[in-house]
Write a protein that binds this ligand. Structure first.
Ligand code: CU
Length: 379
């Protein structure tokens, strides 16, 4: 496991040299029988490093080109989304009872090409009404899943149709009892009719930022435990602080508030983004939580290329981007710096758990065959 101290060491000016082998080995998924190191040549590495001290290569990539006009493609794409109660496992051994879409949360990524007719049947197997909102997509008023539409009653279904708009990243989510139904979420990806309007991406990664509510009856209790734990860590004992539950119990209970995640998993259960040197990688963020998540990538700059499904005429170079609630953000980067690099929310409470270990909205960009130097592995 990776502690906050390790994370700070990796993030800080001292860089990798300060990171413990424990942290890096965990991120690299290092096995007891390590493979040989991928790029051992020091002169080449030094040269590569200097060439990375600018964003020129990244910014020479073309921007995404928006569609001039979307016309019907003549294709109909049908999906069935079944909303039901279910169990998910954000972390191995930690099960959460929630509401699911086709058995998972987030639900499946729905993919279209511009101008396709989306034909989506939503089946409600909950014991309460629901409806689905097509976030960012200009659908007909009666299909918006909100005020214009009677909710889908338990045991019944509703058919949504709309035309897939200009290429970009969108999402869907429940718009009925939103607090309770906040796990009914998913991403929509619309591809351009002409591939020439976008750079060729070797990898296109959807990342839905999600959270899992702990049992609502324990909300107050969790806050009290958090307050106590913070006071204890500051070494400023408060005589009024409730000595019960004890710290051990507090630790155990605090696990319940740690389920911030990516694609329904919380680190270290999140899927790594496996890249090869030289690849062009696109990442699509969708945030349906109620907090802003400043997503930071180590070791690289990236371009901010689109927001809310709309391409930016002038992409911006950055390495941290705030993904606001209700927003989709697209970024891309050149995989030019081998390693096992964290990509994480920079709000510490969203990326570190109660035991100071990396958790929550954290994943890694992991280069193929990259392994840690032997010396670090054995430290
Ligand atoms: Cu966050």
């Amino acid at each position: 496991m990776i502690s906050r101290r390790d994370l700070l060491a990796i993030s800080g000016a001292g860089g990798l040299a300060l990171a413990t082998s424990r942290a890096l080995a965990a991120m690299a998924g290092a096995s007891p029988s390590p493979k040989p190191s991928m790029r051992p040549s020091p002169p080449a590495a030094a040269h590569d490093l200097y060439s990375k001290l600018t964003t020129a290569n990244l910014m020479s990539l073309p921007p995404l080109t928006p569609a001039g006009r979307v016309t019907p493609s003549g294709h109909r794409r049908q999906f069935t989304l079944t909303i039901a109660s279910g169990t998910v496992e954000p972390l191995s051994g930690h099960q959460v009872q929630t509401m699911t879409v086709n058995g998972t949360s987030p639900g499946p990524v729905l993919r279209f090409t511009e101008g396709d007719e989306a034909d989506i049947t939503v089946v409600n197997q909950l014991d309460q009404p629901t409806s689905i909102h097509w976030h960012g997509i200009p659908v007909a008023f009666a299909k918006d899943g909100t005020l214009s539409q009677a909710p889908i009653q338990p045991g019944s279904q509703y058919r949504y149709t709309f035309i897939a708009p200009q290429a970009g990243t969108y999402m869907y989510h429940a718009h009925y009892h939103e607090m309770e139904q906040d796990s009914i979420i998913g991403m929509i990806i619309v591809q351009p009719r002409s591939a020439a309007r976008e750079p060729h991406y070797d990898l296109d990664v959807p990342l839905v930022i999600s959270s899992f509510r702990w049992e609502s009856g324990r909300n107050t209790e969790a806050k009290a435990i958090l307050a106590n734990a913070m006071m204890m860590s500051d070494m400023t004992p408060d005589p009024k602080a409730d000595p019960k539950p004890g710290m051990g119990d507090a630790m155990e209970r605090m696990d319940m508030v740690s389920y911030w995640g990516l694609n329904g998993k919380t680190f270290p259960a999140t899927a790594p983004i496996n890249v090869k040197l030289g690849q062009l990688v696109r990442i699509r963020f969708a945030n349906v939580t109620n907090m802003t998540h400043p997503m930071h990538l180590h070791g690289h700059w990236f371009r901010w290329i689109a927001q809310d499904g709309a391409a930016l005429a002038q992409p911006q170079a950055m390495n941290t981007i705030a993904v606001d609630p209700g927003r989709t953000i697209d970024i891309d980067f050149i995989a030019n710096n081998p390693g096992v690099w964290p990509l994480h929310c920079h709000v510490v409470a969203h990326s570190v758990d109660n035991r100071d270990l990396m958790a929550g909205i954290v994943t890694v960009v992991r280069y193929e065959d990259y392994s840690l130097p032997t010396a670090m592995r054995n430290m």
